[in-house]
Design a protein around this ligand. Structure first.
Ligand code: FEO
Length: 398
């Protein structure tokens, strides 16, 4: 049975939720599920903005059929060809053979790569600034490359003052009956998921996100319709300002994130004592066991906090596997502008400290404290003074 929502004016949400997915894109845990948003504009011409993931195909098709109410589909705007938004494109196109496919040139090429039909004869290829009048509404297409694939475009409806923002301004988390961010306590219940979504999905492309923000700043926007998460119609500035901050790679808050990889608890013990000393100095701290906490949560935290401590045992003469993977991911996500302290452990040949330093030195504007704390199997009483020195060195940078 269909489950549509009125989004604004003659705009209808025809997306669907998935609460069974374990790993979004095969790598990001989604404990609260995920929504795949699609929107149908019922103007003189009917316009569908994107489709959905194959997992929710049936509900989406029911929603589109119901919302159209017997009318045909005139346009399908394809803003992003990643299959979480385009998996039903081919089937939908077959159901509505008169429907024009509105997309950029790169998108058309991607349709050919992902699908087994020739979209060319049906394509209305648009470029930056092109417009399409659908009756009362005029749609303007704006390219947003690398937010988060190269073909991405967003659409501005000047009549409804609505920005269809593709992946931008989205969030993990299924919609629990509500459609709008102002229907829930977004700051308390969803901001962490929005941060985790941005930093992991788009975080690498801060400069490109800033370019999109610049385009958005020139528009009068009453409503933002992203492809995941809630629709924004109130307090839009709050999500725009978060994106401005996150995309600048500047820390969001002053405090210390400690992430440790510990086989038998001794590296963890040193990290915990350091965290306790930092708290004694009035600094805020958060801690993660990198072997337990999903990497996407730690990456989001690393983007949030100003100071980072990494503590890892040495394993096969390298960094412990889970910490190695985390640092690789962090570097790939372009983490920068942070102060870092390192703790290494090695029962016979500690090597993880130097290797962690080398990994993080690839990042821009990282201040890595010179003195690495080295443990040989476990922290000894004589080393408590070294912990104090490290805590003070961190505090001195606040
Ligand atoms: Fe939600 Fe980049 O796809």
């Amino acid at each position: 049975m269909h489950c549509t929502k009125h989004a604004a004016g003659d705009l209808i949400w025809v997306g669907a939720n998935d609460r069974r997915l374990a790993m979004f894109e095969g790598v990001y845990s989604v404990p609260y599920g995920v929504s795949y948003n699609a929107y149908l504009l019922m103007d003189e011409k009917t316009v569908l903005f994107d489709t959905v993931d194959k997992a929710v195909r049936q509900r989406f098709l029911e929603n589109v059929t119901h919302a159209l109410g017997g009318r045909g589909l005139d346009y399908l705007v394809v803003q992003h060809m990643e299959p979480d938004h385009s998996a039903v494109l081919e089937e939908l196109s077959a159901r509505y053979p008169a429907c024009k496919i509105v997309c950029g040139a790169k998108t058309l090429a991607f349709i050919g790569q992902f699908c087994d039909f020739d979209a060319g004869p049906r394509a209305l290829v648009v470029k930056e600034g092109d417009t399409l009048c659908t009756g009362a509404h005029t749609l303007r297409f704006l390219m947003a490359p690398m937010v988060h694939w190269p073909e991405v475009m967003v659409t501005y409806d000047s009549f409804g003052k609505t920005l269809f923002s593709a992946d931008a301004f989205g969030s993990f988390g299924a919609l629990g009956g509500a459609l709008f961010a102002d229907e829930v306590d977004f700051e308390k219940d969803y901001m962490d998921e929005a941060r985790r979504y941005y930093t992991n999905i788009v975080g690498k492309y801060g400069a490109q996100t800033q370019a999109l923000l610049k385009k958005a700043a020139a528009l009068e926007i009453d409503t933002i319709c992203p492809l995941h998460g809630f629709v924004w119609r109130e307090n839009i500035g709050s999500i725009l300002s978060k994106y401005a901050l996150w995309s600048s790679c500047a820390p969001e808050e002053r405090g210390v994130m400690l992430a440790y990889a510990s086989v038998y608890g001794n590296t963890e013990n040193a990290a915990e004592i350091l965290a306790s000393r930092l708290r004694d100095k009035g600094l805020r701290t958060v801690m993660y066991d990198v072997s337990v906490t999903p990497a996407s949560e730690i990456i989001a935290a690393a983007f949030r906090w100003s100071h980072l401590v990494f503590a890892s045992t040495t394993y096969n003469m390298g960094i412990f596997v889970t910490m190695d993977a985390l640092l690789h991911d962090l570097v790939a996500h372009n983490i920068q502008n942070r102060t870092v302290a390192l703790i290494e452990n090695g029962s016979w040949a500690a090597a993880s400290g130097g290797l962690m330093r080398a990994a993080l030195e690839k990042c821009k504007n990282m201040r890595i404290l010179e003195r690495t704390l080295t443990l040989k199997s476990s922290l000894k009483p004589a080393q408590l003074a070294e912990i104090d020195i490290m805590a003070q060195a961190i505090a001195d940078t606040f």
